[in-house]
Design a protein around this ligand. Structure first.
Ligand code: ZN
Length: 581
């Protein structure tokens, strides 16, 4: 996600992808890196126990998506899209490192007792680095270059910037989300003169032509095979985008998709570029829409204004300036490709990132229901028994993990954005600086909960399930706290936890070594904390934000013990999708 100009859009974009968030935050594993020598060349890898522990963090789940309702035509189209998605995977592996396919082959030909496990981990993480441990290498000793495969390994930020300063005509191409930067060779001009090597921007359509051409062909074939006009238009335009490095028209067309097949394919997020945050990674989400659930959830976007009006704060903290449409799709993921495949799995995304499209059409929120469901079954549900007393642990409901995910996203677009401080117009982001992310993520959680309670009050969500929701929400706080307070969502979760401990909503049962929730107090706590956080944001008061985080963002002994008891639960899932449907 590129830095955005409009505050309302920053808020919308804050959770473009839960995946990155979770990826930043997994607990650390032992770092026993020791050289292991194979029969031929030496292969340095972590020891067997460490590798096995790493593998166990990701629970393999056979996704078996339900596609029984698809017509034969839709099935053929989806299979073509899966093939195009596989090509995104080929590209993304090279975007992480152009040499990675060769490295994998090398490992495969070496003699090493853990070879199968190493290859499995290499495929899980798309390379020899563990994304959940800040990209630390588990094979070899080389750290992942900050610029991944987008730039020369040895190029620094300073070199990139001074090149642009010296060659202003290169600025647009160098900063484009759709180019890679490479070194040019030094070349002889004459017997005595040598031209020094420099930097050059190469368009994706050139660098990745070998895979983009067949991918475009697959999209065109799928476009020819579908009778859905909106899908035909998007796929045709996206195929052209691959060849011309201009995605504006096809992003506009993507916003208008209205059929069963909901597909995102192309270069999207910039998270892999940790050097400049400029270059987009190819990925694919091949999904099918659940029409009933999408319609059921879509109604909530129409309540955004009323939710703003319902904020438990003075009128001056409310913000009615935003007015973007916010389509919501609930989908079943059938296959992934590229950046979507390795490591921690995405459960929701908010695209496109192109500011011009957002201004014209807003952004689409897509909830990957089966991915979220798998995380509920494998992680959140078993976590409940470690957090809550038995009679409350059984209250958890999957649908409220989904509701909290959706309302978290919606709540990013509520509350203060552009504010006036000391007579000057400024933004919450600018005033709260590095404290903004944890405050804003915690705000989206607690305001999400507040809004779900509001929807229950309005009769839009069954109020009889209030305790089911509250229990699910509270355990969800632990799922995020597990990622650590160094990370925005983890810190945001810890201030919610502390608030609910202080106001008596979460009472420690010493005998059960679990919490017992006082639901009335939890409801009150959600209201109070929503108010506190919005006021901090609305005042743009950095000192107050700092004091707030310092005093409420620290975990107590009980929370630490509960989190420590979770080591047997996977950090994330490793979904297995069918090769074709
Ligand atoms: Zn968020």
């Amino acid at each position: 996600m590129r830095m955005l100009l409009a505050v309302s859009l920053i808020a919308l974009a804050a959770c473009a992808r839960e995946k990155k968030v979770e990826a930043e935050a997994a607990p650390a594993v032992s770092e026993t890196s020791q050289p292991t020598v194979g029969a031929g060349e030496a292969l340095h890898a972590a020891d067997h126990a460490a590798l096995s522990a790493m593998r166990a963090e990701f629970a393999k789940v056979d996704m078996a998506p339900d596609v029984s309702f698809l017509t034969d035509e839709e099935r053929r189209v989806v299979n073509l899209l899966i093939e195009a998605g596989d090509l995104m995977t080929e590209i993304y592996l090279r975007q992480r490192g152009p040499e990675l396919p060769a490295e994998r082959t090398k490992i495969a030909t070496m003699d090493h007792p853990d070879k199968a496990l190493l290859l499995d981990l290499f495929d899980l993480h798309f390379g020899p680095w563990d994304e959940t441990k800040e990209n630390k290498p588990f094979i070899g000793t080389d750290a992942m270059p900050a610029g991944a495969g987008f730039y020369p390994d040895d190029m620094t930020k300073e070199e990139f910037q001074s090149w642009i300063a010296a060659h202003p005509e290169d600025k647009a191409a160098f900063e484009s989300p759709y180019t890679v930067i490479r070194r040019t060779e030094a070349s002889a001009i004459s017997a005595t003169e040598v031209r020094m090597g420099g930097l050059v921007a190469i368009p994706y359509s050139v660098e990745y032509r070998q895979w983009l051409e067949p991918a475009a062909a697959k999209l065109k074939e799928a476009a020819a095979g579908t009778s859905n006009a909106s899908l035909k238009k998007f796929l045709t335009m996206r195929a052209e985008s691959f060849m011309k490095d201009d995605y504006y028209d096809s992003e506009m067309a993507w916003m208008d998709l209205d059929g069963t097949i909901e597909v995102a394919i192309g270069p999207y997020e910039v998270y892999t570029d940790n050097l400049m945050g400029l270059k987009t990674a190819f990925e694919a989400f091949i999904t099918v829409r659940d029409p009933e659930q999408s319609a059921a959830l879509s109604k909530y976007k129409d309540f955004l204004k009323e939710m703003e009006a319902n904020l438990p704060v003075d009128e001056r903290y409310k913000n009615f300036k935003r007015g973007f449409e916010s389509p919501i799709a609930v989908v079943t993921q059938v296959a992934g490709g590229g950046d979507n495949v390795p490591g921690v799995q995405t459960i929701a995304f908010n695209l496109p990132n192109d500011e011009r499209v957002r201004e014209a059409k807003g952004a689409k929120k897509v909830l990957l229901d089966n991915v979220m469901g798998a995380k509920f079954e494998r992680i959140l549900a078993p976590m409940a028994a470690k957090v809550l007393v038995a009679d409350q642990a059984k209250l958890l409901m999957k649908k409220y993990m989904g509701a909290e995910t959706l309302f978290h996203e919606l709540s990013h677009s509520l509350g203060p954005g552009t504010i006036v401080k000391d007579g000057k117009e400024t933004t919450v982001t600018a005033e709260l600086k590095e404290l903004h992310s944890p405050i804003e993520e915690g705000k989206a959680d607690v305001l999400g909960a507040y809004n779900i309670l509001y929807m229950m009050e309005r009769g839009e969500i069954p109020a009889a399930e209030k305790e089911n929701f509250l229990a699910t929400y509270f355990v969800g706080i632990f799922r995020a706290m597990r990622w650590g307070a160094a990370e925005a969502h983890g810190k945001g979760a810890s201030f919610q936890y502390t608030h609910f401990r202080k106001n008596g909503a979460a009472v420690w049962d010493e005998e059960a070594k679990r919490y017992r929730l006082d639901f009335a107090k939890l409801e009150q706590g959600i209201r109070d904390l929503t108010r506190d956080v919005i006021v901090i944001e609305g005042n743009g008061d950095y000192a107050a934000a700092k004091q707030f985080l310092d005093t409420v963002g620290v975990l107590d002994r009980e929370a630490e013990a509960v989190i420590a008891s979770m080591t047997d639960l996977p950090v994330d899932i490793d979904p297995v999708y069918p090769e074709r449907i």
